[in-house]
Each structure stands twice: as C-alpha cells, then as structure tokens.
Design a protein around this ligand. Structure first.
Ligand code: NI
Length: 254
C-alpha cells in the first residue's frame, strides 16, 4: 500500500492492523555520465514499491533529497546540509508517530546520508530520554544494498568495477525501473579512480565525470531486476522482524 495513493481513512484503517511504515530515503545527486540524478532515491523507492506489491506493508512518500554537498559541483544536484536534514527527518518522524506509527523504517539509498540519519535518530530519542519517558516509536535505518543477499548477488554480477559511486548495481536497478531512461557513454578510464570525499570542488577535481571506482557499463535492466527481486523479498522479511521487535519489559505504546 502506498501512502500517497491512499486516503486518510485508508491509513486510519491500516493503523488497526499495523503500526509500521517504510520510508524510502535517498538523495538527488549526480551519478556519473550515465546515472540518473535520482538514482539514490529511485533505488529504495523501486524496491519498496515492488515489496508492497508482494506483501501488506505501507510505504510512505520518498524523502528524495539528502546530504550531498560533495556533489554540488555537478548541475542538477540538490543537497540539504546535515543540520537541515536532521530537522526535516525529525518533523517527518514526529508527523507519523503522532498518528500512531510506532515503527518507522527508513530504506536508504545514499551512503552519504548515513551519519546524518543516525544523528537525527539520536536527537529524536534524546527528546524522550531528557524527559525520562519511554519513547513512543522505534526507528530503523537500512541501506538497500545491506538487505540480506543483495551485496552477495551484486558481487557475483559485478566482480570487478563495482566501486562506490555510480555503481553498476544501483544503475542496473534504475534501468529495470525506468527502461526508457537508459543512457550510454564512453567511459575513460573504464574503471573510475577512488579516494577521499571532501567538498564539492575537491570532488570534481578528483572524479571529473562523477564516478568513484565504478564501471557502470556493466549494468543491465535484467541484472537490476534480479537485484530488485532479492531486495524486495529481504525487505519484507526485515520489516516483519522490525514490526515484531519489542524491548523486554517495555509495554507497547497505548
Ligand atoms: Ni548512488
């Protein structure tokens, strides 16, 4: 079930059978000469939307802008600074928790978001801790490539040139989801360089076409479909585990 295609009454009904919601979260940032700017939010969205076709989960609107300051040297990148991102995640969670969702699962598509999302979770938990009260929600962050079986499959599909940005696995997922938007280019070098991530001018000087360590020419929609199938199946299992998880001795929120 997709929240944005539901009515408030349907969401109210859903809350009678589950208090868990999945939020795809990513970033709108350059992904090399052939990767779509939306890659990092499209991947978790494609996977979560596929999962809700197979199981009874609720998927919320995609949080499609993240912490991507290092990509701002490339046109089309839109970034929140970490402090803004923390505040926005906080209000997103408070909105949903206020309606009774007590398990909020963020399926992430951008490595650069991880530190800030974790900091946002700590800020939210701290609100309860300083009051000495139990919180009325639990939060979980999972990167889609960390879902069970996904990285193993990607390693078998792309034994060399996977890299860490504009990877063939993420580009394959978007090719499966959006076959009319597949791009091509001549990559030089075939496998991009690797190194540190700092500010945007440094990033563009080190990685002139935007890739890091990757050879996205290996991506195909078929490989993307295999990744989506594995990820969607593992997501349903992981969301079920999260829904059932409860601190020993802690009463469920009324
Ligand atoms: Ni990416």
């Amino acid at each position: 079930m997709l929240l944005h295609l539901s009515t408030w009454a349907e969401v109210e009904d859903f809350l009678k059978r589950s208090k868990t919601v999945v939020i795809p979260i990513g970033s709108n940032e350059q992904h090399g000469p052939t990767g779509l700017l939306g890659t990092d939010w499209l991947c978790p969205e494609i996977i979560a939307h596929e999962a809700q076709r197979q199981g009874d989960i609720l998927v919320g609107p995609t949080f499609n802008v993240g912490m991507a300051q290092h990509h701002l040297g490339f046109p089309g990148t839109v970034s929140l600074r970490p402090s803004t991102f923390i505040l926005a995640i906080g209000d997103w969670v408070r909105s949903l928790a206020g309606h009774g969702f007590d398990k909020i699962y963020f399926l992430n598509g951008h490595g650069g978001n991880v530190a800030t999302i974790e900091a946002a979770f700590s800020e939210l938990y701290a609100e309860a801790s300083y009051m000495g009260r139990p919180r009325n929600f639990s939060l979980k962050l999972k990167n889609w490539w960390d879902l069970k079986g996904v990285m193993g499959l990607a390693n078998r599909q792309f034994p060399t040139g996977h890299g860490s940005h504009a990877t063939p696995s993420e580009i394959a997922v978007t090719q499966w989801g959006y076959p009319d938007s597949i791009k091509s280019a001549n990559y030089a070098p075939q496998i991009a360089p690797t190194g540190p991530i700092r500010e945007s001018v440094d990033f563009r000087a080190r990685y002139p076409d935007g890739r890091m360590g990757s050879d996205p020419a290996q991506a195909t929609p078929e490989k993307g479909g295999e990744l989506v199938k594995q990820a969607a199946e593992s997501l349903l299992a992981d969301v079920a585990d999260f829904s059932n998880e409860q601190a020993p001795g802690l009463k469920a929120a009324e």
